[in-house]
Design a protein around this ligand. Structure first.
Ligand code: FAD
Length: 287
């Protein structure tokens, strides 16, 4: 099933993100965790893709397993900056052979020291164009309510985002954010720039405060004072932090739905208990 048909429906949708194993050693444990999340029957699930291409096979296998075992539609991420056109074509063949119908087309982060000169792909819009030409896939793309960290300013970023849509991107999933007003403002600016595609709001329930400040600094995601106080107060107690992180994410999600956002994507990070709790917290809301 195509993701665009799911998120265009009137019903509020909820989806979960998982990541594939880095090596075959933990394939089984990841498979098990992703199956448990799929058993919660989200509207769809997404499976991330290793920037270096090392886990490309695993992305496809985990995605296929979710779809076949649980019947949950899957969005397979695919990044291009470290790949040649031939490698991307092979990956598309692989995804198609596994019955995957949806791809989140990404540039990926440019590995440190990599020369941009001889790359086959520089931007996600180029990958989007190639997938569109290949045919048969519903294509999504990433967007950044707080502006992509490499962009000179929000106008430049929006201009390039529009290029991605014009290349064939049918919906957008946002980078995580902790202040919903940033999303509302982004959607307003996107619509003004002529971007009409659905925007899926990406929400991260923070259960591990150690990494979040570093990740936010790299990705340019602002941490509101209200959130920092929670991390400072409960960060040393894993159980309390988990409860507070889930509560904060739940509050964000309810506010999003209440304000007309119809699709929410939870960065559930292979944690079935977190996914389940979020789902329980909003069960009547998304009915
Ligand atoms: P692009 O859309 O290409 O944008 C990158 C930058 O280039 C932006 O600043 C943009 O404004 C600029 N730009 C675009 N076109 C042009 C142009 N023609 N000229 C000049 N500048 C231009 N990474 C992974 O490796 N694996 C994943 O699975 C993964 N999943 C993600 C899921 C989501 C929802 C998000 C938000 C990010 C994800 N990422 C993932 C991270 C992503 O790969 C990085 O954020 C990366 O730096 C940018 O990817 P992009 O697809 O947004 O790039």
């Amino acid at each position: 099933m195509k993701i665009i048909d799911i998120i265009k429906s009137e019903k509020p949708t909820l989806s979960f993100e998982v990541f594939p194993p880095k090596t075959s050693d933990n394939f089984e444990s990841v498979r098990e965790a992703t199956e448990k999340i799929a058993a919660l029957r989200p509207d769809f699930m997404s499976v991330t893709y290793g920037a270096g291409g090392g886990t490309s096979e695993f992305t496809a296998s985990i995605a296929q397993n979710i779809q076949n075992k649980a019947g949950v539609p899957v969005l397979a991420h695919l990044s291009c900056v470290s790949s040649t056109k031939e490698e991307i074509h092979r990956q598309l063949d692989l995804l198609k052979s596994k019955g995957i119908e949806n791809i989140l087309a990404l540039r990926g982060d440019i590995p440190e020291g990599m020369s941009k000169e001889h790359l086959d792909y520089h931007y996600a819009s180029e990958l989007t164009r190639d997938i569109k030409k290949y045919g048969g896939f519903c294509i999504g793309g990433a967007c950044y309510p707080e502006v992509h960290p490499e962009s000179a300013n929000s106008m430049e970023d929006m201009k390039h985002l529009k290029e991605k849509i014009d290349a064939g991107c049918e919906f957008l999933t946002t980078q995580m954010f902790f202040d919903n007003n940033l999303l509302y403002n982004f959607i307003y600016r996107a619509r003004k720039a002529g971007i009409e595609v659905p925007v899926v709001a990406g929400i991260m329930p923070v259960t591990n405060p150690k990494s979040i400040k570093r990740i936010c600094a790299i990705s340019g995601t602002a941490l509101p004072q209200r959130f920092i106080r929670i991390v400072d107060r409960y960060g040393d107690s894993p159980e309390a932090m988990k409860q507070a992180g889930i509560a904060y994410a739940t509050e964000q999600i309810i506010d999003l739905y209440a304000n007309g956002v119809r699709a929410v994507h939870v960065y559930s990070m292979n944690k079935p208990d977190v996914a389940q709790k979020i789902l329980e917290n909003i069960s009547a809301i998304i009915k």
